[in-house]
Ligand binder design. Sequence first.
Ligand code: RIB
Ligand code: CA
Length: 314
Amino acid sequence: MNSLSSDVSLIVDTDTGSDDAVALLMAARLPGVSVRAVTTVYGNIDLGQATRNALVTLDMAGRSDIPLYQGIEHPLLRRQADAEFVHGSDGMSNVKLPEPTRSAGLEHAVDMLRRIAVEERGKHTLVTLGPLTNIAAAVVLQPDFLECFKRVVVMGGAFDGVGNVGRAGEFNIWSDPEAAKIVLDAPGLLTFVGWDISRCYAVITSEEQAELRALGPIGQFAVDINKAVNDYAIAQTGLAGYDLPDPIAMAVAINPAVALETRAVNVDIGMDDAGQGGTFIDHYGHLVDEPNCEYVAVADEALFKQMLRDACES
Ligand code: RIB
Ligand code: CA
């Protein structure tokens, strides 16, 4: 089965924890996909560890040629809070990982993002897998930043109102709601893939984990680094295995057909304690007529899982 619709060039912004790493494997290994650059941001784990995890993952994928730049290490205004309790203290379930073969590039991620956006306008799809701090900084410096991309796909939000941090907040938006607001208010079309999509269409059961591991070392790596999330998901959210928010967002970025249904809506971001990071939809246009984004409402689970297997095949 060919899991791709056409060639795509990506820029990936990631707070590399264990599911980001699987998304990076998909970007780096699926045929027809090129990765122009990877940028890192604090989030699931601190910035240094996120950078290290991304570098090791690209090494695993045999893609140490992909340029990687380090970005911002804390939210714009809020205190940083990581997700070690979900992903393990290294963000990768504390499996023994090798040392990365290189360091991040010297240019700051935000400078690099702006440079490529301008010099290579219209060529790339931007995929964000972590808090939106790097992207907000780029937007502040260059208001048309988002319009420089073919598409912008954001893993973030909880469009069923069920947060994984607090009441309504999904981690990436909750971590830096001011950055999310800056990005949402900027011109350009954003496609959100929320945590709800991950829980409905991207849960990897123990049988599927065994199938992935049987594909070889890449499949084993992809499963083993998610052991901590597996334990957390089963105990805390009642899922049948670990879910993969960033990989299903990556699948939507690579192949728009993974999104079976999208809805154009106006969303605002919760800023107060009770609603921090919530992605609140103006369902009936009571407040604003104009949509400011679209979100994925239904995804193709079979196509996503085929892409995942294709990426893990050694
Ligand atoms: O909310 C889901 C979290 O897991 C996010 O940080 C997402 O990017 C993934 O890593
Ligand atoms: Ca992430």
